[in-house]
Design a protein around this ligand. Structure first.
Ligand code: 0X9
Ligand code: ZN
Length: 253
């Protein structure tokens, strides 16, 4: 194997942990299309020269399928103790699992599951990242909506050790300049709410020190029901943030 390839860094993007957040899977496909057709773009060339990119376009396939009847969030697991269906995969990771901001009650939207990584989806992602943790330096998880660039921690009010490095104001500013759209950025717990068991906090604690959850468009006008006419702008503005952050990670590491 070529030595530069052996040391090649990597980034991970998953989309669609939450079933009804349809703009997220759209972004993953948009990203693939963009990097495979814009080979003359210098920023993308720099990223692809320096990083492998792993993309999981639909992390919650049964939930996503079910949302053709639209507002479902969780996966479609059947629980032993209840008639209610589904685990919130973003409460199912082993990061202060099921403390304040998640629930043991299967009928809630934030049900954490029977135990950490009880679900095949979260377990598969966790296993992949565990076995690639020496190369993966950037973890991104795409959600909607509310236009935010969130980072650890969400499972505690404590500040991440590299908090200042994670304050991605440059990415937010570029989105604002190009698309006149406001994206807030900050730690999850201080910017929205305490929410333990999330993939971003778990990946961070695994050692992936650049770990983000993006909340894509919009800020509530259409919410989860973002019209198709908004897809390209929503994806392009997220792309600016992904590129800016990836280039920063390449420089720093
Ligand atoms: O609550 C969530 O899981 C995310 N918001 S959403 O409206 N898409 O459901 C925010 C996740 C932030 N990160 C963690 N909670 N770890
Ligand atoms: Zn979500």
């Amino acid at each position: 194997m070529h030595s530069s390839h052996m040391n090649k860094k990597a980034m991970w993007i998953d989309c669609g942990i939450h079933a009804r957040e349809w703009i997220a899977p759209a972004f993953c496909l948009w990203f693939v299309q963009y990097v495979s057709t814009f080979s003359l773009n210098q920023e993308i060339t720099d990223i692809m020269d320096n990083m492998d990119v792993y993309i999981l376009p639909v992390m919650n396939p049964d939930g996503y399928h079910y949302t053709w009847n639209r507002m479902w969030r969780k996966n479609r697991s059947v629980s032993k103790s209840s008639k209610c269906i589904g685990v919130d995969l973003n409460r199912n990771f082993d990061a202060n699992w099921c403390t304040e901001g998640a629930s043991h009650e299967p009928c809630t939207e934030i049900y954490c599951g029977a135990f950490p990584e009880s679900e095949p989806e979260s377990q598969a992602v966790a296993n992949f990242l565990r076995s690639h943790k020496d190369s993966v330096q950037l973890y991104l998880s795409m959600h909607s909506y509310s236009q935010m660039l969130l980072f650890p921690y969400s499972c505690t009010l404590d500040e991440a050790e590299n908090h200042n490095d994670l304050m991605v104001q440059e990415a937010a500013q570029l989105i604002r300049r190009h698309y006149r759209n406001i994206y807030k950025y900050g730690s999850g717990s201080k910017t929205i709410y305490l929410a333990p068991g999330g993939s971003d906090d778990w990946a961070y604690n695994l050692g992936i020190k650049y770990s983000f959850t993006f909340e894509l468009q919009d800020r509530g006008r259409y919410g989860f029901l973002l019209p198709p006419s908004h897809i390209s702008r929503a994806c392009n503005e997220a792309l600016i943030a992904v590129k800016t952050i990836a280039l920063k990670v390449i420089k720093k590491t």
